[in-house]
Design a protein around this ligand. Sequence first.
Ligand code: FE2
Length: 362
Amino acid sequence: MKRMPVKDLQPGMVVARAIFTSDGRILLHSGIVLTAGYIGRLGQIGVNSVYIRDEIFGDLDIPDVVSEETRIETTKVMRDSFDRLEKKHSLNIQIVKQTVDGIIDELLMNRNIMLNLSDIRTFDDYTFAHSVNVCILSLMTGITMGYNHLQLNELGVGALLHDIGKIRISLDILNKPGDLTREEFMEIKRHPEYGFEILRDYNDVSLLSSHIAFQHHERWDGQGYPRSLTGEAIHPYARIVAVADIYDALLADRPYRPSYSLNQALTILKRMSGIYLDPVCVTALISNVAIYPIGTVVELSTGDIGIVVDVNREYPARPIVRIVFNARKKRLAHVHEVDLSKLSTILITRSLGQAEIESLKG
Ligand SMILES: [Fe+2]
């Protein structure tokens, strides 16, 4: 399967992974054949891209660091948290903590799985899906940094609720399509303080979790907000969440720009390291990202072309590749797989873009 922007979808394509609403309902089941009507509707409700079945490269089972059920459950908890605050009810912190514990358990069980870009937004609402991703990415970084269970829970709760202060900002400003006025921008920049004010009132929320909301827009070089904290004056949890927040935002399609590719996102993150972001946290997050994610179509030094079907955590540049085309671009009658970690003479020379992949098929 492959990820495809909604604008490139054609009637007749088959959905490879179910699409959900942020309250957990299935919008489209996997296996459904797209019609023009479905495609139009996806665009209307804000779904940006979809996994599509691919006949030539076959259907790959892309493992996710946390299960689809857990993502759906966590997204529901996020939506419920925003709903409660909107109705002036209190947050259900016990549910939030239990949900974070569930994610931690799954991540610890799946430690050999690398991030695979399969964290696609199969939800209709960016804010909730983004919060869930930031929570997962932050926890993976925390695990790499050797945090214990209590620390991971504090980190996960703060990461999940890092933008909760946005509840106090009017939707007209949050969803404004054009440029913001200076006053509007100033108002948006207050969401860290609002988040801190909301969370610190709960006795069962660690003050450190509340500080994640407060400090996640501070910058390593002191140019962030709201307090212009510098370097180690920023709590390590907030430094981790700052990296996760930016990384996930780069990989998301936004109304004003399409998503960056994995390589672009990693390059931008490295460029920000030591300026915007704590370099230790950047390195820890990147160590969890598969450089050639499952599903990437690559060319080898032999000229053969194939698709990455599995990654080797110890040798990130040497995944397992299923060869589909030979060096003369002829499709093989019998595909075979090579484990590059065991073949030191063969290298990946490049990965292919979507247009090139389509031209191979034609
Ligand atoms: Fe934020």
